[in-house]
Design a protein around this ligand. Structure first.
Ligand code: KIV
Ligand code: ZN
Length: 516
């Protein structure tokens, strides 16, 4: 495959992604993310919009200091001051690109720019020439390009090519276009605009109708050889084309598209998780490729199929995108085959009758909790899932006065009752402090999420905790736990105790019911 035959990935996580609500990053965080993007193998990293903030200027400088291989781009309006600020921000960059844009659609011309077609055309041409005098590699974007009259779009693009732009980006800024339209538009522009075959055409698709990836793929079919993406699809409003989805569509359906990216797709999941950690913006569980459920199977029929041949329910290998393996999630929908398989993986050799027994206990447990993990299975094998551990007997939490207070009564693993109370900065803080005092278990909270399960009067609150626990000086482990209740504070207490009991089980000696 020649370089001409690959899709250049222009990553705009640090610019279009970062400018969206909930995704802002400090310059130092951007450097960490830029390192990961370079490792992932993106061709171009857009680091920011220097004229917009000091923080973007600093990020561009810091990233340029250590990232030498991918091209580093910065964004600029078609304004002399912006272009000069961008060129300054690119000083010292090994492979700099100046990316300039102007709106071309009638709506933007009239209401945003208050300019005529001729004015937009002249400004675009002059700005590309200005940028080219400062930097060799210039990309030109027609903002709201897909809602622009096609003859005018072609005219502006022709002027930008004549002015020296090496990359022409046609954004679907509003995520309005359909794949069919996108394919046709790129085909016609590349076939008719003078000089189009000597430059790279690029697609930049937003996801307002959930079509960003489909439209980017259609642009590729139409001749685009650069796609602008973000990790996890973050970006303005509904976001941009998700890098992980585009890359895997090209890889998995390579026989159809006959073109690929240069990405090391095994780094897609770690890169996605890094971005979530840096921004605090989690991806939905069922997000393609990088969501927790992307390779998880719970239904008995699917698990059975997976155990026979993974191709029955998976079109790609989880390790190709950076997951350790598929997950056969054990829950209410799981069958005996999957439970038996998991027990064997945990080292238990069981007779059929024993599996039946454990499976019955497993089903009963599924009535109380949504997911049964390895710790729970171990506990089932030891017959102590509910016999041991800390149980909540009662609790009161009050948030009146200066500090919140909580009082808990627990039933201890040995059956005795323990009561403790504590103050905290809020009800949950006080509650967790009281639980720590009662159990003597110290947990350092890493994540805490509460959401509702079900709707209307039947809705219940589910709390999920991620904690770090130091089992010995210098030796800490991460645990997760969950709890459900009609009351979210009580769900939080149950989640906390779920974690504490998991820790207790890992400390307890391991009697086994069968040979392990
Ligand atoms: O969506 C868009 O049109 C953009 C351009 C500035 C490239 O982000
Ligand atoms: Zn955009």
């Amino acid at each position: 495959m020649t370089p001409q035959d690959t899709i250049r990935i222009f990553d705009t996580t640090l610019r279009d992604g970062e400018q969206s609500p909930g995704c802002s990053m400090t310059p130092q965080q951007k450097v960490v993310m830029a390192r990961a993007l370079a490792e992932l193998g993106v061709d171009i990293i857009e680091t920011g919009f220097p004229a917009s903030s000091e923080s973007d200027r600093e990020a561009a400088k810091l990233i340029a200091r250590e990232i030498r291989t991918p091209t580093l781009a910065v964004l600029s309006r078609c304004l002399p001051a912006d272009i000069e600020a961008s060129a300054r921000a690119l000083e010292g960059t090994a492979n700099p690109r100046l990316h300039i844009f102007i709106s071309t659609s009638p709506l933007h011309r009239e209401h945003k720019l208050r300019m005529s077609r001729q004015q937009v055309l002249d400004l675009a041409a002059a700005s590309v020439e200005h940028a080219r005098r400062l930097v060799d590699d210039v990309e030109f974007s027609t903002e709201d390009g897909t809602r622009t009259e096609e003859d005018f779009l072609a005219e502006v693009i022709g002027a930008a090519i004549a002015g020296g732009a090496g990359t022409i980006n046609v954004p679907d800024t509003l995520g309005y276009t359909t794949p069919e339209e996108m394919r046709g538009l790129f085909q016609r522009l590349i076939a008719t605009v003078p000089g189009a075959r000597d430059v790279i055409f690029s697609a930049h698709c937003h996801d307002d109708l959930g079509l960003a990836v489909a439209n980017s793929l259609a642009a590729i079919e139409g001749g685009a050889r650069q796609v602008e993406c973000t990790v996890n699809g973050i970006g303005e409003r509904a976001g941009n084309c998700a890098i992980e989805e585009l890359a895997m569509a090209l890889k998995v359906r390579n026989a159809f598209y006959d073109i690929d990216t240069r990405l090391d797709t095994r780094l897609l999941v770690p890169t996605s998780q890094l971005l979530s950690r840096l921004t605090g913006m989690q991806v939905q569980r069922n997000k393609a490729i990088v969501g927790d459920n992307a390779f998880a199977h719970e239904s008995g029929i699917h698990q059975h199929g997976m155990l026979r041949h993974r191709g029955t329910y998976e079109i790609m290998n989880p390790s190709d995108v950076g997951w350790p393996d598929s997950k056969l999630v054990l829950g209410r929908h799981s069958g005996r085959a999957a439970v038996g398989h998991r027990l064997r993986a945990l080292g238990y050799t069981l007779e059929d009758a024993q599996i039946d027994q454990v499976f019955a206990a497993f089903k009963a447990l599924c009535e109380q909790q949504r997911v049964v993990d390895d710790d729970d299975l171990e506990a089932l094998m030891q017959g102590d899932l509910h016999g041991q551990g800390w149980r909540l007997a009662s609790m009161t939490v009050s948030d009146r006065g200066q500090r919140a207070s909580a009082q808990v009564e627990l039933s201890a693993p040995d059956g005795t009752r323990v009561s403790e109370s504590a103050l905290g900065d809020g009800p949950v803080d006080a509650l967790f402090a009281a639980l720590a005092a009662a159990t003597g278990v110290e947990l350092s909270l890493q994540s805490y999420q509460v959401h509702s399960v079900g709707i209307g009067r039947d809705a219940r609150g589910e709390a999920n905790l991620g904690v770090r626990h130091e089992s010995a000086p210098g030796r800490s482990c991460d645990y997760e736990g969950s709890g459900t209740s009609r009351d979210i504070i009580e769900a939080s207490a149950l989640a906390w105790l779920d974690v504490a009991n998991r820790i207790l089980r890992t400390r307890a000696p391991q009697p086994v019911a069968a040979s392990a």
